[in-house]
Design a protein around this ligand. Structure first.
Ligand SMILES: [Fe+2]
Ligand SMILES: [Fe+2]
Length: 169
C-alpha cells in the first residue's frame, strides 16, 4: 500500500519528539528556544491533521466521521492546552505520556493514518502538498496564571487521562 502520508506524518512525530527531548534534557533548566520550536511543530502538526487529513478522510468516508476521530480530537485539545502553561517536569511527563498513546493510535498498523491513507488514496499528492504548505501556527508566550494549568488539567481529564496520577507515577 501507498504509505507516503503515514511516512510523512510519522517522521514529523519523530522530529517533534526529538525537539521535546532536547528541550527538556536538564530538569530545572529547560531550553526555552527549543521548547518554542517544539510547540510550533506540534501545533502545526495538529493543524495538518485537523484541517487537511481528517476532513479529507471524512469526506471520502461519505461525510461520516471515523470512529477514532472523537478520541484523537479530545487528545489534540488536551495536548494544545498543555502547551499554554510554562513547562514543568510534571507537565512534560503528562504531555509525553499522552503523546506516546496518541502517536500510537495514529501510527499503528490499521491505525488512523492507515485508515485515512486508504480512504484518500486518489488524493495523496494533493494532501501532502496541502500539509507541507499549511503555514506554521504562531505561539503566544506561556500563560503563568493558575487557571491556565487548571484548564489544561481539565482538558486532559476530558480526554480520559488523570494528570496527577500520571505526574506522580
Ligand atoms: Fe494527532
Ligand atoms: Fe499525528
Amino acid at each position: 500500500m501507498n504509505q507516503r502520508i503515514h511516512q510523512f506524518l510519522s517522521n514529523d512525530h519523530r522530529r517533534i519528539e526529538d525537539l521535546l527531548e532536547r528541550a527538556t534534557v536538564e530538569p530545572g533548566n529547560y531550553k526555552i528556544d527549543l521548547y518554542q520550536q517544539f510547540r510550533i511543530g506540534l501545533l502545526t502538526h495538529i493543524k495538518m491533521e485537523e484541517k487537511v487529513l481528517f476532513p479529507a478522510a471524512q469526506k471520502a468516508n461519505g461525510g461520516v466521521q471515523l470512529e477514532a476521530f472523537a478520541q484523537l480530537r479530545l487528545e489534540h485539545g488536551a495536548i494544545t492546552t498543555l502547551m499554554v502553561p510554562p513547562p514543568t517536569p510534571a507537565l512534560v511527563k503528562v504531555l509525553r505520556y499522552i503523546l506516546d498513546k496518541h502517536d500510537l493510535l495514529e501510527e499503528k498498523p490499521g491505525g488512523m493514518y492507515d485508515v485515512c491513507e486508504r480512504l484518500t488514496e486518489a488524493q495523496t499528492d494533493d494532501l501532502l502538498l496541502q500539509m507541507k504548505n499549511i503555514g506554521e501556527v504562531p505561539v503566544h508566550p506561556h500563560n503563568e496564571a493558575a487557571y491556565a494549568l487548571e484548564t489544561a488539567i481539565r482538558s486532559v481529564q476530558r480526554a480520559g487521562y488523570d494528570y496527577d496520577q500520571i505526574a506522580k507515577n
